[in-house]
Design a protein around this ligand. Sequence first.
Ligand code: ACO
Length: 377
Amino acid sequence: MPPEIIKGLKDVYFDTTESSFIDGIEGKLLYRGYNIHDLAEKSTFEEVVYLLLYGDLPNKKQLADFDSLLRANRIIPDDVIQVIDLVKTGHPMDVLRTAISALGSFDPEVTDNSVEATIRKGIRLTAMGPTIVAAHHRLRQGLEPVAPNPDLNHAGNFLYMLFDELPNQETTDLLDVDFILHAEHGPNASAFAARVTASTVSDLHSAVTTGVGTLKGPAHGGAAEEVMKMALDIGNPENAAEYASNLLDNGDRIMGFGHRVYRAEDPRARHLRDRSKVLGEKSGHPEWFQILQHLEENTMQPYRSKGICVNVDFFAGSIYYLLGIPDDLFISIFALGRIPGWTLQCVEQYKDNILLRPLTEYIGEMDLEYTPIESRS
Ligand code: ACO
């Protein structure tokens, strides 16, 4: 009997979890039991990171202490700045991957895979991630990196380091929500890849490096950048229908639609849709939202019944674009939000570890005779 092949490991359960609950049919997402809608509307990224890593919402003192800890850990070693400078011509995700890997060489607890040390390392990586991305963006423009500002929260400090300008509250809040929405999402491709690395009893820096490399692909985190490129190509809401039909007729996909788990709308999309609309109107550029809205409500409407609905990446790009963030940084922002989620997934893996090692059925030739190279035609 040939083995049953489950391509893409679709719908395969490989462990239990207390991190996030996803109901793809209902379009429901909970972090540690809390609904993503409540967290997006009422929480902060700092509080959500605490919730994910420690399993419960913090009280005021716990949150203040945790926030201070994040702020205190933002500075990256000068040697890592030099590494970033060396590879600065690369894509920001390649640079982020390299810099996180390099940070492993400087972390005093790199080989300690205890739950406590892994959480401490995850906090440090969460805090340092924005410094890497912002420093790279400055260096590639021939500018000096901007030192972290301890007076600003996680999102505000990232914008400050990126643009060397104090961000306003509205912009900071937008990015804060975006980080919350991207913080954790079960064993998606990048988190699963990170868990595979952790399952070999390798360290968190290696696992997060794996996660960044896996997130980079357009089928996963790269979609936001592709969506905005598509919107720019379309240029005007009136062109949207024809452009999208041509894509689909060619057998191409509309980026920002479809999801391995969700058959209903990705619950994270709602928050970015609303904010994309408001930001577009306020900044005098409603056309990007109108193009996306047109695609969602017209071109892709028939796809809803097939379970292909809008995902978290569809509206994200238009927000980043209007905030003046270069398109090749969109996916890095996703990665910065996801570091706590990767950490949590690795903690769960370490807690009850088993090597993750599936099988493939061999369908190639068997027992061929080895011909010396001189005798081959
Ligand atoms: N546009 C048009 N058709 C689509 C789309 C899309 N965006 N997504 C899926 N489909 C169709 C496929 O063509 C396929 O049709 P078929 O059965 O007639 O061949 C069917 O839906 C199933 O698609 P699969 O690729 O088998 O579904 P899978 O679960 O493996 O893929 C994925 C999910 C990769 C996200 C896919 O929907 C996709 O490529 N979407 C576009 C990229 C994207 O937005 N990625 C971000 C995902 S969210 C995230 O990672 C944070």
